[in-house]
Design a protein around this ligand. Structure first.
Ligand SMILES: Nc1ncnc2c1ncn2[C@@H]1O[C@H](COP(=O)(O)OP(=O)(O)O)[C@@H](O)[C@H]1O
Ligand SMILES: [Mg+2]
Length: 249
């Protein structure tokens, strides 16, 4: 079981979109994939077209076989769930008290039941980020090709170091540029600057900005299924291939 956490310093960069679609891409390669939404926004479900009323979710049920929903796209899924403010506060203090809650929950499922676990998180520091990093074997730091994202890298990298320092089974954090502009120089300049600073930790493909991505969301499905041949879908397939190759060799 290989755990991949999608994280970011800034919101709105595409973590949820990338987590959903990479999970689907891995499932398309015959991997058994569990996607877990660790973000109180509870928005991952929109990418998987699931009925929000149908399932209790992570907060109420925890990580159990009975809290897993089989999405129509080949990915097993645990939504965050719709919870009240007091329930959320209670959950957060539980997570604060035990930073390994998620890790323990995943282990309790058994090591063999899933090949990959994909975690979606809220932006910036939070108890959810910590849980994700304590359980992850790899982190994907999603960012945009702009100065604001660039400025968040050191902060998020130091959080990654802090929470994974004593773990020999953590393979590192990798930068994934999303919403790369198709035209113009700026995106390439940022990519070049990132490469100069973080060469070994830059995912060797960016995901381009593509209107199909938001259209797919409007239809409550992953873009890989909505428009498999579009630019963003092909980019995501490449990222999934890279992940597979980097975890299976
Ligand atoms: N490659 C892309 N091209 C175009 N739009 C994108 C792309 N990736 C994400 N988006 C859009 O950006 C918005 C934020 O994405 P989301 O995955 O919710 O970000 P986050 O989880 O980091 O807050 C959504 O409306 C999504 O459809
Ligand atoms: Mg999100």
């Amino acid at each position: 079981m290989h755990v991949i956490a999608f994280i970011s310093g800034k919101g709105g960069v595409g973590k949820t979109t990338m987590a959903a679609n990479v999970a689907v891409a891995l499932a398309q390669r015959q991997k058994r994939v569990l996607l877990i939404d660790l973000d109180p926004q509870n928005a991952q479900r929109f990418h998987l077209g699931m009925d929000p009323e149908e399932i209790a979710g992570l907060v109420r049920e925890g990580i159990k076989l009975t809290s897993i929903f089989e999405s129509p796209f080949g990915v097993s899924f645990i939504p965050f769930g719709r919870v009240s403010e007091p329930e959320l506060e209670e959950f957060e203090s539980q997570l604060k008290f035990n930073p390994h809650w998620l890790d323990q929950g995943l282990r309790s499922l058994g090591a063999d039941i899933f090949d990959y676990v994909v975690l979606d998180t809220p932006p910036g520091p939070s108890v959810f980020l910590r849980q994700a990093l304590e359980a992850a074997n790899k982190a994907m730091v999603v960012l945009l090709a702009d100065a604001a994202s660039f400025a968040t890298i050191d902060k998020i990298s130091s959080l990654v170091e802090q929470y994974t320092a004593d773990r020999s089974d953590f393979a590192g954090a990798y930068l994934l540029i999303n919403q790369m502009p198709l035209n113009g120089k700026l995106g390439h300049q940022v990519r070049t600057a990132l490469y100069a600073n973080y060469a070994d930790h830059l995912v060797p493909a960016s995901v381009h900005r593509d209107a199909r991505v938001s259209q797919a969301l409007a239809f409550e499905r992953p873009v890989l299924q909505y428009e498999p041949g579009c630019k963003a879908s092909l980019d995501i397939q490449y990222v999934a291939e890279w992940l597979l190759n980097s975890t299976e060799t």
